[in-house]
Each structure stands twice: as C-alpha cells, then as structure tokens.
Design a protein around this ligand. Structure first.
Ligand code: GAR
Length: 198
C-alpha cells in the first residue's frame, strides 16, 4: 500500500476527491495516513475527521521563527513515514530540507496549464483572474512533482478546460476543479500507487 500524507490550507475539495477515490476504489493500493494543515480553521481538517483520517495542524503562527516551524512540520511528516506527500491546496512554501529528503515523492496540484499562470503569486483565485485578464480560451490544471522552484518540477498529468464567455473568476475556478483537478489528482495518485511495490 502507498502511504499518502496530504497537506492542505483551506476548503479541502481536492482532499475530498482523494478520500472519495480511496473509498470508492478508484484510487487503488493507497492509504491516507495523515492530513496536515497550516491553518487551524481549515474545513479540510473536518473532512479528514469525517473520513476517519488523522488531521494535524502545524501553524507557523505557533512558532517563534520559520526554522522552528519547519522543524515541527518535518517532524509531523516523518512521524508517519509517507511514501507520497500530496500538496492539495497547500499555500505554504515547503522547506528545502523536506524537498531534499522526499525528492520525487512530493506532488502538487496547480489550477492552470503550467507553464501558464504559475510561479510566485499565482495561487487560488488569482490564477483564474490572471487567465481571464489575458483572455485565454482554454485553461486547466496540472499535477507535477515538487522541486525547489515554484511550480517548476516535472509534469505528471494535465487536463484542459474551456473558458466560457462572461466567466467570473469563481465560475472558472469551479469548472477547473470539477472538470480537471478532482479528476487528475486522484488519477495521478492511483498511477503512482499502482507502480508502488510495497
Ligand atoms: C485548488 O484550486 C488548488 O489547485 C489551488 O488551491 C485550491 C485549493 O482548493 N492550489 C494552488 O493554487 C497552488 N498554487 P481546495 O482546498 O478546495 O482543494
């Protein structure tokens, strides 16, 4: 079984898609061992609890400096020795120490077709605002491995989504989630899990 740790910051709809996929058997050979949130109020923690998965909050606000936060975060990861770390709407920069230790075992979902609308400052609704501002007719989502850069790691899976005339950023965000994110993130985890021999 692939032991998966999911990191979240907010609503957790991508986490829900993963939990549902595991329950339905569309994500095979996978166990969600822990959910970490940087935000104590994240609804994602509620979703973890409802699914019987342990939820842990490691908030930077509870630590005197970034170094102590990173140490606590790494400890919360190491405790469950995950085979795969999934960043599912995790809006905190991952410590380099963690990237080095878990290289090739951390994936992220980004709500655009990388290399468009990605990198520093492009997260959440801002990505869709930028896509509408530029006037693109097609956008989408990307699952990629995480390296030291922002959204620069090798691409695993992408799915395109049509932009419609008159879309608001929220409408576009919702369509990208439904048609792309909630499809390719579970599919990528399943593909990784099926290649996992343990
Ligand atoms: C998702 O749209 C995800 O792609 C995005 O945050 C949202 C989280 O929603 N991630 C990024 O922008 C990362 N750069 P969720 O909490 O409902 O899954």
């Amino acid at each position: 079984m692939l032991r998966v740790l999911v990191c979240v910051s907010g609503g957790g709809t991508n986490l829900q898609a993963i939990l549902d996929g595991v329950a339905a058997g569309t994500i095979r050979n996978t166990e969600i061992v822990r959910v970490i949130s940087n935000n104590p109020g994240a609804y994602a923690l509620e979703r973890a609890k409802n699914a019987g998965v342990e939820g842990v909050c490691v908030s930077p606000k509870e630590y005197e400096n970034r170094e102590l936060f990173h140490e606590a975060f790494l400890k919360a990861v190491d405790e469950v020795s995950p085979d795969l770390i999934v960043l599912a709407g995790f809006l905190v920069v991952i410590p380099e120490m963690l990237i080095a230790k878990y290289r090739g075992r951390i994936i992220n979902i980004h709500p655009s077709l990388i290399p468009s609308f990605c990198g520093t400052g492009y997260y959440g609704l801002k990505v869709h605002e930028a896509a509408l501002e530029r006037g693109v007719k097609v956008t989408g989502a990307t699952v990629h491995y995480v390296d030291e850069g922002t959204d620069t790691g090798p691409i695993i899976m992408q799915k395109a989504v049509e932009v419609r005339e008159g879309d608001t950023p929220k409408e576009l965000q919702q369509r990208v989630m439904e048609e792309a994110e909630w499809v390719i993130l579970p599919a990528a985890i399943d593909a990784i899990a099926m290649n996992h021999t343990k």
